[in-house]
Design a protein around this ligand. Structure first.
Ligand code: FES
Length: 291
């Protein structure tokens, strides 16, 4: 059960400004039903004073998404475009007295909808993901690299888990977790700091980050196919994942690797070591015994 502030509960149970503005001159739409959250923001802007005179929203999402959208409409009514352009996702969360960190992506969605609406008023074309040059990192939630980097910088994120909380990236199959880790490390290095967490590294509480079984298998599969198999193929060998049973990872060596004298060393020093470092220190790698 999430620990919601009274303000979040109030905006969720009694949302302000729900609906459409028929003659809105700025509309921003973000998210998608496929990803579980969507928000459409309607603004009526006075062209002379450049003030937002009305704001309404329609949303599909959880209590935090509804509360964030409701809060956002209250925050922008009566302020200038310039003032609205300075609103951050953190401002939305603070307006509500805070959001559970796992729900911060709802405040991010609010800020994105506001940015999209302001862009539509100024005539800027709002890029869709398909047109965006920034690569999609998380295919489960269709989150691109720019969004991840921006959230790390603006919200001073230091763990992969926080990236998931703010963007949803990594919250599905887990296949993008290595990329999130890489991006986090690059951003932390750029900022001159040390990343706070590897995968499945320690969180601020010192407890290991929990992955679901599906996330764990997806992560193992991704590391084997992208980081282990390719160098082997360059030498005429190959490797495939056969099964994962708890911390037992069963693989099959193929090609030149299958009859190599150093197969056991390859499993121990290349495969097992990498999986222990990236997935769990308890991983034990075994070679498949074909019947
Ligand atoms: S690709 Fe990111 S969670 Fe599945």
């Amino acid at each position: 059960m999430w620990n919601y502030t009274n303000s979040v509960i109030d905006h969720f149970t009694n949302p302000r400004n729900v609906g459409e503005i028929e003659d809105a001159n700025a509309v921003g739409e973000v998210g998608s039903l496929a990803c579980g959250d969507a928000l459409k923001l309607f603004l009526k802007i006075d062209p002379a004073s450049k003030k937002i005179v009305d704001a309404k929203f329609k949303t599909f999402g959880c209590a935090s998404a509804i509360a964030s959208a409701s809060a956002l409409t209250e925050m922008v009514k009566g302020i200038t475009l310039e003032e609205a352009g300075k609103i951050t996702n953190d401002d939305i969360a603070k307006f509500l007295g805070g959001l559970p960190e796992q729900k911060m992506h709802c405040s991010v969605m609010g800020r994105e909808a506001l940015e999209a609406a302001l862009s539509s008023f100024s005539g800027e074309e709002v890029k869709k993901h398909t047109e965006n040059e920034s690569p999609i990192i998380c295919k489960c939630f269709w989150v691109d690299e720019d969004k991840i980097r921006r959230n790390i910088r603006e919200n001073h994120l230091t763990t992969v888990e926080q990236i998931t909380n703010y963007t949803k990236a990594g919250g599905g199959c887990g296949g993008c977790l290595p990329d999130l880790d890489r991006i986090l490390r690059e951003e932390m290095a750029r900022a001159g700091a040390t990343a706070g967490s590897r995968i499945p590294g320690d969180t601020e509480t010192g407890k290991p980050k929990k992955m679901t079984t599906i996330q764990k298998i997806a992560l193992i599969q991704k590391i084997i196919s992208e980081e282990i198999a390719q160098p082997m193929r360059n030498d005429g060998g190959d490797i495939e994942l056969v099964d994962v049973d708890g911390n037992r990872v069963i693989v099959r060596l193929k090609g030149a690797c299958s009859h190599c004298m150093g197969a056991s060393a390859t499993l121990q020093h290349l495969v097992q070591q990498k999986l222990r470092e990236r997935v769990s220190p308890d991983i034990e790698v075994e070679e498949a015994r074909d019947a």
